[in-house]
Design a protein around this ligand. Structure first.
Ligand code: FES
Length: 134
């Protein structure tokens, strides 16, 4: 099985970056894949310039799901919300040196978790009104 994965996937699987949660997160995305049952939760912290200053994740899932969540947190840190919206599952898979075809859906989970966190952030911001910061 291991031979299917790039070195980078294995490396992120063994040493995932940014594992954990952000208690006062600006946005949280929760997704699950009903077929395999894997679950991913992604937290983002956004400053008043719409820059993602921190990202963390918790994934209960396969190796590829862990590697893609780890990579997505690395990719979005320092990006603006608008830039982060353009991060696709293909970009994540590419940054990992590719994924086996049957594992591409795991990277979709990472993309959906990111979108979910951004949606949550936008909804919270809207609820706060235009004059509030943070
Ligand atoms: Fe479920 Fe990878 S097998 S996310």
């Amino acid at each position: 099985m291991e031979g299917q994965y790039s070195e980078k996937v294995m490396e992120h699987f063994k040493n995932p970056r940014n594992v954990g949660e952000i208690p006062d997160a600006s946005g949280v995305g929760n997704v699950g894949n009903p077929v395999c049952g894997d679950i991913m939760r992604l937290y983002i912290k956004v400053d008043d310039k719409e820059v993602i200053t921190d990202a963390k994740f918790k994934t209960f899932g396969c190796g590829a799901a862990i590697a893609t969540s780890s990579m997505v947190t690395e990719l979005i840190k320092g990006k603006t919300i608008q830039e982060a919206l353009k991060v696709s599952n293909h970009a994540v898979a590419e940054a990992l040196g590719g994924l086996p075809k049957i594992k591409m859906h795991c990277s979709v989970l990472a993309e959906q978790a990111l979108r979910g966190a951004i949606d949550d952030y936008m909804a919270k911001k809207k609820a706060q009104g235009p004059n509030s910061k943070g």
